[in-house]
Write a protein of this length. Structure first.
Lengths: 271, 428
C-alpha cells in the first residue's frame, strides 16, 4: 500500500531517477542535526535494499529521536546555541531544575510562547525523562561572544558573582549557584558558560514578571534588588569567566541559601 | 405630511425595540424552590462517577481552567472577534463559583443559556450545543461540579466592545441563532448512531469549532461540521465528513477512534486546539462512545467540490524550491512519498491538516512543530522540530505549497505574506 502510494506520487511530480540519489546525499550533512541518525537509517535502507527504495523511513526508537522539537534549538546533546545567545545550554544541568522549568513554562510562570506551546501537553513523567536525558549529557562548552564592557563593569560583575553587595542586600550568586557557579543538585542551575544575552534576558524577565517560580520566589527578589547596570555587569562577567575544570553541579545540601526560596524549600538566613 | 407621520411611527418602533433590547435586565430569577433535586441525590456515587465522565466528555475543564490554574476555577480568557470572554469559576465555592446554585439554575444555563439571575449568557459558553444535553446528564454533571473542592477565585467581567458589551443585545443574537432544544433520537438510525450524534451535537460541542461562524459569530445550520477557521486562534478546524470531498475523506471508523483515543491515527495526528481536546477530553471516553462518534461522523454526507481547490498555480521554481526543502528537512520523517511512519509520524499525503482550504494548519505546524498530545496510549510521542528559526517566510511558503500539491494532494499554494502573518500569532 505504502509503496504504491509513493510510486504514484513520484510519477506525478516526474522526478528524474537520478534525483533520488542526489536527494539522499543531500540529507547527509544533517547528521549532526536531529534527524542525522534517521538519515543514516534511510540511506542504509535505500542503498542496502533497492527493492525498498520507496519504503517508509526507519525511525530509531530513541528518546533523542522523539524530542526533535527540543534538540532542534537546544542541540542534540543540549549544548545550546552559544552563537545565537538565546537558546541556553541544557546539558549537565540538574534534572529536577530542567523538569521544573518545563512545568513552569506549561503553567505560564515562565512566558515564552514557543516553549509554552512545545511543553503544553507533556506529562510530568515525560518531562522528567527529557530532563534526565539532558542532565546526563556532559559535552564541551562553546563560548559565546562577550560584549565590550568597561573593566569597572566586569569588576562589578565579578563582585556580584563572588561576594554580592551587602549594601543593597544582594547575595553573592555563588551563595546559591555553587562556589564555581556550576549549579547545585537537585534544583539550582549552573550559570557558567551561559551567553550574555540569555543571562541579561532572564534577569530582565524576573523583573517584568515573565519568569517566575513557586513562591517565595528568591530570584525575583534578587532581580528586583539589581540595578540595570548590575544586570549588564553580572551577565558580562559570567560570559567572560574562565570555565572551571569540573563543570558538574555541586552535591545536594552543599549550600545554605541566604534567601527564602520556595523551589529549594529554603527558609533563608539573612533576607 | 403623511410621509412624516410614517417616519414618526418607524422611529417609535425602532426606539421601542432598542429599549426592549437595551433596558436593564428584568428577568426574574428562576425560584430555587422549583428545584426538586435534593442534596442526597447529588451525592450518589453512581451519579458523581457518571458526572465526572460527562464533564470530561464535554471538556468543561478545557475552558474553565486557566494556564497553570486550579481545575474548573475559571480565569482562561477566550478571545473572540468581539472581545475577550473569561470563563467563570465553576467549582463549588459559594461566593465565586457555583456553590450557591441549585440544579435548576444550572439547567437554565446549560439548556437555555441563561445565568442564575436570568442574565443572557454570551455564546462563548456553547449552550448552542449544550441545549441538546439530556436533563439527567445535566444533573450528573451538576452533581460532579458541586462535589469539587471549592476554589475561591473571582471571575473577570467580559471585555467586549459596544454594542456587544450590552447583554441585552443577545436577545437579537438568540433570535437569529439559538433555539432551545433537546436531542431527539432519530428512530431510523441505530442506537449507536444516535449516541454518536448526541455526543457530537451536544456535549462534545464539535460544531463550535468545526463550522464557519458568520460575522456575528453564529452558525448557519447547513454548515454543520463543514469546517472553518477558528476565530482569533488562527487554526482551521476541518470539515468532519468522511465522504467524498469531506475533510476526513477516506478515514475509516478506526482512524477516528484512534485519533480521539491516542492523539494519532493512520491518517493524521491531533495538534493545536484538537490536541487539547484529545488530551483533556476524548482520550478519557469509552471505546463504546468513541465508536459511536465515528459511526455518526461516517454518516455525514459527501461534500461539494470546494471552490478554489487546486486553482492557484504555483510557479515551477517555487515548487522545485519547496521540493528541495522537503527532501532536506521533512522526508527523513514523513517519507519521500509523504506516507509518514505508522504510529510515529503522520502521513502528509491525503492528510486533511495539510490540504484544508486555508493552509493555516500546515503553515503553523511547520513554524511551531511540537508534540502531539500525551495520552495513556501514547505517553512518549515523537515530536516535530519548529522551523520558525530556520526557514524564511518564502521557504515555509514553498515547502507548504509543495506538500499541499504533492502526491495525491491538490490544495492551493500558500503565499509568503500568509506565513509572515502566522509567525506572529498567539500560541493560545
Amino acid at each position: 500500500m505504502r509503496s504504491r502510494q509513493l510510486s504514484a506520487g513520484c510519477g506525478r511530480v516526474r522526478r528524474p531517477a537520478v534525483y533520488h540519489f542526489r536527494m539522499i546525499r543531500n540529507t547527509r550533512p544533517l547528521r549532526a542535526k536531529p534527524f542525522g541518525l534517521a538519515a543514516v537509517f534511510v540511506a542504509a535502507s535505500v542503498f542496502g535494499t533497492p527493492g525498498l527504495a520507496a519504503g517508509a523511513p526507519h525511525i530509531p526508537d530513541t528518546l533523542q529521536q522523539r524530542i526533535a522539537a527540543c534538540t532542534t534549538c537546544h542541540g542534540v546533546d543540549g549544548e545550546g546555541r552559544a552563537a545565537s545567545g538565546y537558546f541556553p545550554r541544557l546539558a549537565g544541568k540538574p534534572a529536577a531544575y530542567l523538569a521544573r522549568q518545563m512545568q513552569n513554562f506549561k503553567d505560564g510562570l515562565r512566558k515564552y510562547a514557543p516553549m509554552e506551546y512545545t511543553v503544553r501537553h507533556l506529562s510530568p513523567a515525560y518531562m522528567r525523562e527529557i530532563a534526565d536525558y539532558f542532565a546526563a549529557k556532559q559535552v564541551l562548552y562553546a563560548r559565546s561572544p562577550v560584549p565590550l564592557v568597561a573593566a569597572a563593569t566586569l569588576q562589578r560583575g565579578d563582585q556580584l558573582l563572588a561576594k554580592g553587595d551587602p549594601s543593597r542586600r544582594i547575595p553573592a550568586c555563588s551563595s546559591c549557584h555553587g562556589s564555581q557557579l556550576t549549579g547545585v543538585e537537585p534544583s539550582t542551575p549552573g550559570l557558567v558558560g551561559l551567553p550574555y544575552d540569555y543571562i541579561s534576558a532572564q534577569l530582565g524577565s524576573w523583573r517584568t514578571h515573565t519568569r517566575a517560580m513557586v513562591a517565595p520566589d528568591c530570584m525575583a527578589e534578587v532581580a528586583s534588588r539589581l540595578r540595570e547596570s548590575d544586570i549588564t555587569a553580572v551577565a558580562a562577567a559570567l560570559a567572560s569567566r574562565a570555565l572551571p575544570a569540573d563543570t558538574r553541579a555541586q552535591a545536594a545540601g552543599s549550600v545554605t541559601p541566604p534567601l527564602r526560596c520556595g523551589v529549594l524549600r529554603a527558609t533563608g538566613g539573612t533576607p | 405630511m403623511r410621509r412624516r407621520w410614517w417616519l414618526a411611527v418607524v422611529l417609535l418602533v425602532v426606539l421601542a425595540s432598542l429599549w426592549l433590547l437595551l433596558r436593564p435586565g428584568s428577568d426574574a430569577r428562576i425560584p430555587s424552590a422549583a428545584s426538586t433535586v435534593g442534596a442526597a441525590t447529588l451525592r450518589e456515587p453512581g451519579l458523581l462517577a457518571r458526572g465526572e465522565y460527562l464533564t470530561s466528555a464535554g471538556d468543561c475543564a478545557g475552558c474553565h481552567t486557566a494556564q497553570g490554574g486550579s481545575r474548573f476555577a475559571g480565569g482562561r480568557a477566550l478571545p473572540t472577534p468581539f472581545g475577550n470572554i473569561t470563563a467563570p469559576n465553576i467549582t463549588s465555592d459559594r461566593e465565586t463559583g457555583l456553590g450557591g446554585w441549585d440544579f435548576e439554575d444550572f439547567w437554565q444555563a446549560l439548556h437555555a443559556g441563561k445565568g442564575r439571575h436570568g442574565a443572557l449568557l454570551y455564546p462563548a459558553f456553547p449552550y448552542t450545543s449544550y441545549t441538546r444535553v439530556h436533563r439527567d446528564d445535566a444533573l450528573a454533571i451538576f452533581a460532579y461540579l458541586q462535589s469539587l473542592p471549592p476554589v475561591h477565585q473571582r471571575g473577570v467581567a467580559p471585555a467586549l466592545e459596544f454594542p456587544y458589551s450590552v447583554r441585552r443585545s443577545l436577545v437579537a443574537w438568540r433570535a437569529l441563532y439559538f433555539r432551545e432544544s433537546e436531542y431527539k433520537p432519530d428512530p431510523a438510525q441505530s442506537a449507536q448512531w444516535n449516541r454518536g450524534a448526541y455526543l457530537v451535537q451536544g456535549l462534545g460541542h464539535c460544531n463550535e469549532c468545526h463550522a464557519r461562524r458568520d460575522s456575528l459569530g453564529g452558525f448557519a445550520s447547513k454548515r454543520h461540521l463543514t469546517g472553518g477557521e477558528i476565530p482569533m486562534q488562527d487554526w482551521y478546524a476541518p470539515d468532519l465528513s468522511t465522504g467524498h470531498n469531506g475533510g476526513l475523506q477516506d478515514w475509516n471508523e478506526q482512524d477516528i477512534v484512534d485519533l480521539l483515543k491516542t492523539g494519532q491515527s493512520a491518517k493524521g495526528a491531533a495538534f493545536g486546539p484538537m490536541a487539547d481536546v484529545v488530551a483533556g477530553s476524548t482520550q478519557h471516553m469509552t471505546d463504546h462512545d468513541l465508536r459511536a462518534i465515528a459511526v455518526y461522523l461516517h454518516s455525514l454526507p459527501a461534500r461539494a467540490t470546494p471552490a478554489g481547490r487546486a486553482r492557484g498555480s504555483t510557479p515551477t521554481a517555487v515548487v522545485a524550491h519547496g521540493e528541495r526543502i522537503y527532501a532536506k528537512r521533512c522526508a527523513d520523517c514523513h517519507g519521500k512519498g509523504g506516507q509518514g511512519v505508522a504510529g510515529v509520524y503522520p502521513p502528509l499525503d491525503g492528510n486533511s491538516a495539510v490540504t484544508e482550504p486555508s493552509g493555516i494548519n500546515a503553515t503553523r505546524m511547520v513554524l511551531l512543530g511540537g508534540f502531539p498530545p500525551v495520552t495513556a496510549q501514547s505517553p512518549r510521542p515523537y515530536s516535530m522540530p519548529p522551523f520558525a528559526q530556520q526557514l524564511s517566510d518564502s521557504d515555509v511558503s514553498a515547502v507548504v505549497s509543495y506538500i499541499r500539491h504533492a502526491w495525491t494532494n491538490r490544495a492551493a499554494p500558500v503565499r509568503p505574506e500568509q506565513v509572515a502573518r502566522y509567525r506572529h500569532t498567539p500560541i493560545d
